[in-house]
Design a protein around this ligand. Structure first.
Ligand SMILES: NC(=O)c1ccc[n+]([C@@H]2O[C@H](COP(=O)([O-])OP(=O)(O)OC[C@H]3O[C@@H](n4cnc5c(N)ncnc54)[C@H](OP(=O)(O)O)[C@@H]3O)[C@@H](O)[C@H]2O)c1
Length: 266
């Protein structure tokens, strides 16, 4: 794990004092939705740990955010599929770097060009590891930290693929469906405590993940998703669909007779 820190600059007149600032860990911050969330929280003057595997990208992001928003932003490299020791070390460093952990947002995810359920098992396992096993492994550690403080919100990112599985993303959909169950179990676990668990189910979003794909429905802007997620932090909500209309689309898809659903090409 490498570390790159930027100390906070002078306080912005309208922003919270140094002591009052909230802290968040954003895992998956090197790209797409995670990057947009890091930017959005920085504009709201949260102190941040930004993490993923791409050390250079994260270091540049932390520099920019610290400079532009007068916050403390620290870049830490993390492979969520790494060893237990690496995950422990990451959690401990992030907890030390931030004076308070008010949110842990894990946008980590990956898709594959071929994910039809018949490919090489290593490829399928990699999708399940990245989208589910690794996310559970790091999320569980931070839930323990937040439970000890009786404070904080874990935010997990799922997909409409879990609600409307297709033959194009078999392992991905299976992993995200597992993540939905994990989120529900953790919500049950923390019920009645100061800790919250939110599940954000995304429709199409314009990021590296969707680049070059022939998508039949409009894509949301990552900044729009980030604003909605930031607005919802700690508000007690358990599930968020973004864009909102995707919630309706999935309800319609789930309500279709199975024979009709199986014939759909999307
Ligand atoms: N974009 C969409 O249309 C869409 C739709 C539904 C759901 N989602 C979900 O939304 C989340 C964000 O997606 P996105 O569109 O922002 O994707 P993205 O732009 O591809 O970003 C994925 C992020 O995950 C990180 N990551 C991948 N493997 C990792 C690993 N082993 N350890 C740590 N970090 C890892 C990547 O960073 P490094 O490569 O630097 O590690 C990157 O920061 C994902 O969970 C995705 O499944 C997206």
């Amino acid at each position: 794990m490498s570390e790159h820190s930027e100390a906070a600059g002078p306080s912005e007149a309208a922003g919270p004092s140094e002591a009052a600032r909230s802290g968040a860990v954003v895992i998956g911050a090197s790209s797409g939705v995670g990057r947009a969330i890091a930017r959005e929280l920085a504009t709201r003057r949260w102190d941040l740990v930004v993490a993923a595997r791409s050390a250079d990208v994260l270091a540049a992001l932390a520099d920019d955010l610290a400079r532009d928003h007068a916050i403390a932003a620290t870049a830490l490299t993390l492979d969520v599929c790494g060893s237990d020791d690496d995950l422990d070390a990451f959690c401990s460093t992030a907890t030390t770097v931030l004076s308070t952990i008010d949110a842990v947002l894990i946008t980590t995810g990956a898709i594959a060009a071929r994910d039809d359920g018949t490919g090489a098992w290593d490829d399928m396992r990699s999708l399940v590891d990245t989208n589910l096993v690794g996310v559970m492994a790091i999320a569980g550690r931070f839930v323990s930290v937040m439970e000890e403080a009786d404070n904080g919100t874990l935010v997990l990112f799922s997909s409409i693929a879990a609600e409307a599985p297709r033959n194009r993303n078999v392992a991905y959909a299976a992993a995200k469906a597992g993540l939905n169950a994990f989120a529900a179990s953790m919500q049950h676990r923390v019920n009645g405590t100061g800790v919250g668990v939110q599940l954000v189910t995304l429709g199409y979003v314009r990021t590296a993940m969707t680049a070059g794909q022939d998508l039949k429905l409009p894509q949301a802007d990552p900044a729009q998703v980030a604003r909605r997620v930031a607005d919802g932090l700690g508000d007690g909500s358990r599930t968020i669909h973004e864009p909102r209309w995707w919630g309706l689309v999935t309800r319609v898809l789930r309500g279709l007779p199975r024979g009709v659903y199986r014939r759909l090409k999307f």
